[in-house]
Write a protein that binds this ligand. Structure first.
Ligand code: FES
Length: 241
């Protein structure tokens, strides 16, 4: 696929007002955004990938980025927020450069997760959910991270770092702060460093045909409902005379 960005026509939803051009996302991110959008039959299908792209730029999903994304895919900023807020991996509030998640689900709990989390809160000086004053670390309490045979399980920016003791946890945090782990743990927001170049191969003509059939069916049901309503009204009027 060409590296050149290919802006696509973005259909506006009914009632959507015109939006200003993107002003927050960088030119490089915008180019990648257009490439992503071009992979899908419908621009709005790229909404979540674009949220990750914006989160990679800023570390979290800012209101300005959500406004840009809304304009790019033809929805409202509220719809972007509504979608993003559903997913744990998208942060609509600022977070630290490293989001450290400690699993406290059953296997990890039995393996000392509660004690580890207490230690983490003490050593970082924040409660779970908080961010250190230097902005380096956000501490999260997580549900099962699917690494139950290495307990207590810890992830940093969604990378597994293996079972941790209080001592190894402190060493891990020191490495994160010094940048010693940047090769395997990039700053928060970077999901992958390999770029996807191929997307859904849905046939746009087939999508259009299926949509037209759906619209026709919907119109038919609406007409039948109206006819039934009118019929009921006629019967009622007739029986009352
Ligand atoms: S219970 Fe902690 S990773 Fe599954």
């Amino acid at each position: 696929m060409s590296e050149q960005a290919t802006p696509v026509d973005v259909p506006r939803r009914a009632g959507a007002t015109s939006v200003p051009p993107p002003s927050h996302l960088s030119p490089e991110v915008l180019e990648r955004a257009h490439q992503l959008i071009s992979l899908y039959p419908e621009p709005r299908s790229a909404l979540i990938p674009l949220c990750h792209l914006a989160q990679e730029q800023d570390g979290w999903l800012t209101p300005e980025a959500m406004a840009d994304i809304a304009g790019l895919v033809g929805v409202t900023p509220t719809e972007v927020l509504g979608t993003a807020s559903f997913y744990d991996m998208l942060h609509t509030e600022p977070v630290g450069t490293h989001v450290v998640a400690v699993c406290t689900n059953i296997a990890c709990l039995l393996g000392g997760a509660a004690e580890l989390l207490e230690h983490a809160e003490r050593s970082l000086g924040v409660n779970a959910g908080g961010t250190t004053a230097d902005g380096a670390i956000t501490l999260e309490e997580a549900e099962c991270l699917a690494d139950c045979d290495r307990v207590p399980c810890v992830q940093v920016n969604h990378r597994f770092v293996g079972a941790q003791t209080p001592e190894s946890f402190d060493a891990l945090v020191a490495d994160l702060r010094s940048g010693a782990r940047v090769d395997d743990i990039p700053p928060h927001g970077t999901l992958i460093r390999v770029r996807r170049t191929e997307g859904l191969q849905a046939d746009r003509a087939q999508v259009a045909t299926e949509r037209a059939a759906m619209a026709e069916a919907q119109a038919g049901r609406a007409a039948a409902a109206e006819a039934a309503k009118a019929e009921t009204g006629t019967s009622t009027t007739g029986s009352g005379s």
